[in-house]
Design a protein around this ligand. Structure first.
Ligand code: CP
Length: 351
């Protein structure tokens, strides 16, 4: 592997190899060690699972860790628009920040959520793509505006762990939440289930479609893997015969950046909260969520504390999946090491 941006860009062979390795690691296999190599973790947003699991994975692999925080008190505010006149809050451009970090570490992992103000900007995934373009080292996406591929990889490993068949019915359902959330998790969840060849049902109320490009990629991947994708607001039909119900809340593209409109749109949708009644309509489905989750808002206690929930296994598999991903990425770097970045004498480079 050479880092990871969107699981949908990986071949099935690559994903199968990572999931198989994640399983070996979960069962106690020893990891390779890459002493003297370094992993950078740069978080522009909060995290519990991602932060802890990447730190632990780095320890297992013998990597030095450079961990930095974005935002107030962390790294300088980073500008990512090319040609920007930087007379505002941001003190440093990604064109310097990314390659500088790339000189300190061998692989760089970044978390940079959607800004949720401009849809056009969020669809370009600017911070993540700025770092990918300019870092000069492999970049791992720890959740960007568009994708959360490490979560999706761990979820794939969890489906295998619970023997949920590749062709089983998988429901990704929207759930109510007090505020609009980004699309990275639902985008990657849909992609993962389609790529695995599942009978995927996207259950959402009117106004909560995922982006057309994400749907198109999911349809292509499903077709390639022998799966299918159905989009509906018919809860009974979606839950009937389901083997997995994955809940997540996300914002409406129709109201992006307009909190008042969003709150009005979702006001009548509070009953979109996964309950035991929902789960009893399924074929003894497993309940999945990436966490953190708001209890009795997104899903009821009875589901999280009941026999359906596998959310803690999903979280544990973050560690194994990411250890497998980093092991593969550092092994690839060993095969084609970076050239030292000695400066050429300036006179040779001037026109
Ligand atoms: N699922 C997930 O990424 O959790 P954190 O936001 O706590 O890292």
């Amino acid at each position: 592997m050479n880092g990871l941006y969107d699981l949908g860009e990986c071949s099935l062979e690559q994903v199968h190899a990572l999931v198989a390795r994640a399983r070996e690691l979960r069962e106690g296999a020893a990891t390779r060690r890459f002493d003297g190599k370094a992993l950078g973790l740069l978080f522009f947003n909060p995290s519990l699972r991602t932060q802890a699991s990447f730190q632990r994975a780095a320890g297992k692999l013998g990597l030095a860790l450079v961990q930095l925080q974005g935002g107030a008190g962390g790294v300088w505010g980073i500008e990512f628009e090319d040609g920007a006149v930087m007379d505002g809050a941001n003190a440093e451009h990604v064109r310097e920040a990314a390659p500088v970090l790339g000189r300190f570490v061998d692989v760089l992992a970044i978390r940079a959520f959607a800004g949720m103000k401009s849809l056009a900007s969020d669809l370009r995934d600017p911070l993540m793509n700025g770092f990918r373009r300019h870092a000069g080292v492999p970049v791992v996406n720890m959740e960007s505006a568009l994708w959360h591929p490490c979560q999706a990889l761990a979820d794939w490993a969890t489906l295998e762990q619970h023997a949920i068949a590749p062709r089983a019915k998988f429901v990704l359902t929207w759930a109510w939440h007090p505020k609009p959330l980004p699309h990275a998790v639902p985008n990657s969840t849909l992609t993962m289930a389609a790529q695995r060849g599942m009978d995927v049902w996207l259950l959402r109320p009117r106004g909560y479609d995922l982006h057309a490009s994400v749907i198109e990629q999911a349809r292509t991947l499903a077709q390639r893997s022998g799966g299918s994708l159905t989009i509906t607001d018919d809860r009974e039909a979606a839950l009937r015969g389901a083997s997995a119900v994955y809940a997540k809340s996300w914002g409406s593209h129709e109201c992006w950046g307009d909190l008042e409109a969003e709150i009005k749109l979702r006001a009548p949708l509070r009953e979109w909260c996964v309950s035991a009644d929902w789960m009893r309509k399924t074929e003894r489905a497993r309940f999945m969520h990436c966490l953190p989750v708001r209890r009795n808002v997104v899903v009821r206690d009875e589901v999280l504390d009941g026999p359906w929930s596998i959310v803690i296994d999903q979280a544990e598999n973050r560690l194994h999946a990411q250890t497998a991903l980093l092991e593969s990425t550092f092994a690839a770097l060993e095969r084609s090491p970076r050239q030292p970045s000695n400066a050429r004498p300036i006179l040779e480079t001037l026109p």
